[in-house]
Design a protein around this ligand. Sequence first.
Ligand code: CO8
Length: 261
Amino acid sequence: AKAHEMIHVERVGLNGNVGLIKLNRPKALNALCGQLMSELRVALREFDDDDKIGAIILTGNEKAFAAGADIKEMINKDFASTYSGRFLEEWTAVSDTRKPVIAVVNGYALGGGCELAMMCDIIYAGENAFFGQPEINIGTIPGAGGSQRLTRAVGKSLSMEMNLTGNRIDAKQALTSGLVSKVYPTDEVVNKAIELGEKIAAQSPLIVAMCKEAVNSAYEMTLREGLHFERRLFHNTFATKDRKEGMSAFAEKRKPTWTSS
Ligand code: CO8
């Protein structure tokens, strides 16, 4: 892999099949500047294309997951340059990743940082995590899902409150409101996410990708369309060897051997 300056990339887990990406711009609380997002896009793509990797973890440090898009980089932008320059379009790379991405949030996940976490498929939080959409305090609004994904995750009332005031929620409230699936002590949460990543990576990568696509369709489609899409994908699993192998292994009381075919 190429050298990165603002992220740290490694393979973790007993079988080395979980990709770990650590945002590494601590002096700016991992503010998401152009270079960082571009490095992140490249690293995600490399893991996504790597057959040995079954799941990806995205994290920051103990003080900050990310304190937002880089405010200093945005100060002098205008409408024409953000529109013509496709400002922040690179961010879609995160939600386009086909392998499951687990966000591990310690400390601040604010603005674009909260949005980045929500682009991931699963969020685990450390006990010191805070989530917020403080864009309103700097005269703008969320631009990468803060008004959309957050509303679907926590409901209208809490999302409105957070978006209209910049009020933050802590890890506990993030858990009770459904924004994150687990909360662990700060120094344990990355390891818990690695265990989760290993569990996902032990499944058939082909079927995992199909399953992720099915769950994501719940965000894009009406229930009727989504149920139809799910059933078709389910039928499609019957065109794979892994489906046959999984059911045969169950009947023969042995572990399945996946071939992603
Ligand atoms: N951008 C640039 N620099 C930042 C940012 C940021 N978002 N956040 C922190 N920093 C820098 C600070 O400027 C400071 O730098 P320096 O040492 O050079 O002065 C350094 O990080 C440390 O920060 P603080 O001294 O402020 O640390 P504190 O512990 O006192 O405070 C806070 C931590 C509360 C997190 C505070 O830094 C803060 O409020 N940060 C800004 C939070 C914010 O408003 N985030 C939203 C940004 S807007 C946004 O994300 C738009 C989203 C649109 C994205 C669309 C994508 C498609």
